[in-house]
Design a protein around this ligand. Structure first.
Ligand SMILES: C[S@@+](CC[C@H](N)C(=O)[O-])C[C@H]1O[C@@H](n2cnc3c(N)ncnc32)[C@H](O)[C@@H]1O
Length: 260
């Protein structure tokens, strides 16, 4: 692989993500995908991100990789959000060596409320000052929550910052185990809603069509988008393609990807 300043795959004696890999080895799949999460950590590493946001901590697996990317950059903060009822992750983060760069935010109902608080805290003179370089959205997987979360995250993302949606194909109808609160949400949905790939719709109809995003890369299961910025995006776009190729998702690339 061709990127300087690190390696895309662990092909030598020293894998900078070894502690993360070891820490997450026991985590449940498919909730945690270590191959794609490594790619996310590498993206953070290679783009020099300092402030990262994650919506959907789960058991903390992807948080370990993202925060390792920050640690390799020399510092920064991962803010990771989930419900009060989510599993405890502090011990896992400690074992991955990244507890000191992770801010765990818990919420009684939804991260959309916590995002309001962040927007409020970052607002001066009626403007929200963006703070994040990168955001990974892997939480509710439904139109209402994540469609809205996208617009909130857009306010908090710096120009040139990237966001990634996981699980473009996820549906309520095919999910084998839902948390009680999610089962209740599903119960209120129509059969059409339950069988719709709602994150794909968020990505297709909200992200791709948003005038404030200038690069959109869509793979089989993941959607990447860059908030418009003055910097040239060639390096990052090529990095994403390489990471997704390592991840095995490149076969699913949608040729209509928008990239400038
Ligand atoms: C798939 S898991 C996250 C997996 C994790 N990102 C990883 O890759 O290791 C999704 C998480 O999102 C959380 N979640 C779902 N909807 C949410 C909401 N509206 N607000 C906060 N957390 C939510 C769930 O509690 C669950 O822990």
């Amino acid at each position: 692989m061709s990127f300087p300043g690190g390696m895309l795959v662990s092909d030598s004696r020293v894998d900078p993500f070894a502690m993360a890999e070891e820490a997450v080895a026991h985590l449940p799949r498919p909730e945690h995908d270590p191959v794609f999460s490594r790619a996310l950590g590498q993206f953070v590493r290679h783009t020099g991100a300092r402030e990262v946001l994650e919506l959907g901590t789960g058991h903390g697996g992807s948080a370990c990789w993202l925060a390792t990317g920050l640690r390799l950059n020399g510092g920064g903060t991962l803010t990771t959000m989930d419900r009060d009822t989510a599993p405890a992750v502090a011990q896992l983060l400690r074992s991955a060596g990244v507890a000191d760069m992770t801010r765990i935010v818990r919420t009684s109902r939804s991260y959309t409320w916590e995002l309001m608080r962040l927007i409020q805290a970052n607002t001066t003179d009626y403007r929200c000052n963006p703070q994040f370089d990168f955001c990974f959205i892997d939480g509710a997987h439904n139109w209402d929550t994540d469609g809205f979360a996208f617009f909130l995250v857009e306010k908090l993302l710096r120009p040139g910052g990237w966001l990634v949606f996981d699980d473009l194909d996820w549906t309520y109808a095919t999910c084998l185990s839902l948390a009680p609160v999610d089962a209740e949400v599903a119960r209120l949905m129509s059969p059409e809603e339950r069988s719709t790939r709602q994150i794909r719709d968020v990505f297709e109809f909200l992200v791709r069509q948003h005038p404030g995003f200038d690069v959109v890369r869509q793979f089989r299961h993941h959607g990447w988008a860059r908030k418009s910025g003055p910097q040239d995006s060639t390096h990052e776009t090529r990095l994403i393609d390489e990471l997704e190729a390592v991840n095995g998702d490149a076969a699913g690339i949608i040729p209509a990807s928008r990239g400038r």
